[in-house]
Ligand binder design. Structure first.
Ligand SMILES: NC(=O)c1ccc[n+]([C@@H]2O[C@H](COP(=O)([O-])OP(=O)(O)OC[C@H]3O[C@@H](n4cnc5c(N)ncnc54)[C@H](OP(=O)(O)O)[C@@H]3O)[C@@H](O)[C@H]2O)c1
Length: 247
């Protein structure tokens, strides 16, 4: 799975699954652009770790939900690295509320980051990948898109849309050397799940054959596999990483 000479952009690379993905790619000698929105210190810490692994890396601030910032991010990465071979659309947020109480703002905010974000970034980058006849796009969706989840209508819709986007784009660029796949994690130990009440996590564990939450590294390894040149005949797929919770 040698990614030497390749350059990856990981959105939301400063924390959680994105951070683990940056490190997993760097272990295979991939240079990495670490995108973040607010947490500069966390992004710079990731860059430091990446450099210790011997790869070129830089942090880039951009709110992926803002089209102009997304375009500027791709332009800045192209200027710095000259190419982007691997895109991991990972940045995501939750604004949980039961649907009866969900405000239009909570609905829109989640769609803007989790669905418009991948649109903004991918549309800015895709022409370059198509021109070079090589690219790997990996979208981080969720088990919630497959099963639904109480209090997450906004999030489930965004992540379900991302699966539909993955399959459609995969068909459109299949003959252009670009693969498009999704990874659907179950419940993973990150800041995102740290607010989930313990009693809910207990239920999650009971419903999971492996009876535990996943670790960010367990997701990152699948992303790295899909990014590798060896994954050349895999496109339009959703890889589930959920301890067996959804089969
Ligand atoms: N954790 C889980 O159980 C789980 C399960 C299934 C799917 N997922 C998905 O996996 C992805 C990563 O989740 P996580 O658990 O690692 O989340 P996390 O620990 O909360 O980290 C979120 C990351 O996204 C970045 N981000 C948030 N809004 C952004 C924006 N508007 N523009 C750019 N970056 C932004 C954050 O940057 P800052 O550091 O600057 O805030 C941070 O790096 C998300 O798409 C999430 O939906 C997570």
């Amino acid at each position: 799975m040698d990614l030497k000479g390749k350059v990856a952009l990981v959105t939301g690379g400063s924390r959680g699954i994105g951070r683990a993905t940056c490190l997993a790619l760097a272990e295979e000698h991939c240079s990495v652009g670490v995108n973040y929105n607010a947490n500069e210190a966390a992004a710079e810490e990731v860059v430091e770790q990446l450099k210790k692994l011997g790869v070129d890396a830089q942090a880039f601030r951009a709110d992926v939900s803002d089209r102009a910032q997304a375009k500027a991010l791709i332009a800045a990465m192209m200027e710095r690295f000259g190419r982007i071979d691997v895109l991991v659309n990972n940045a995501g947020i939750t604004r949980d509320k039961s649907f009866l109480k969900m405000t239009p703002e909570q609905w829109s905010e989640v769609l803007l980051v989790n669905l418009n974000g991948p649109f903004n970034i991918t549309s800015a980058l895709l022409p370059q990948m198509v021109e070079r006849q090589w690219g790997r796009i990996i979208n981080i969706t969720s088990i919630v898109a497959q099963m639904g989840n109480f209090g997450q209508a906004n999030y489930a819709v965004a992540k379900g849309g991302l699966i539909a986007f993955t399959k459609t784009l995969a068909r459109e660029v299949a003959r252009r050397g670009v693969t498009v796949n999704a990874v659907a994690p179950g419940f993973i130990e990150t800041d995102m799940t740290s607010d989930v009440p313990d009693e809910v996590l207990d239920v999650v564990c009971k419903l999971t054959p492996m009876a535990r939450l996943g670790k960010p590294e367990e997701v990152a390894r699948a992303v790295r596999f899909l990014a590798a040149p060896q994954a050349s005949f895999i496109t339009g797929q959703v890889i589930n990483i959920n301890g067996g919770m959804y089969m």
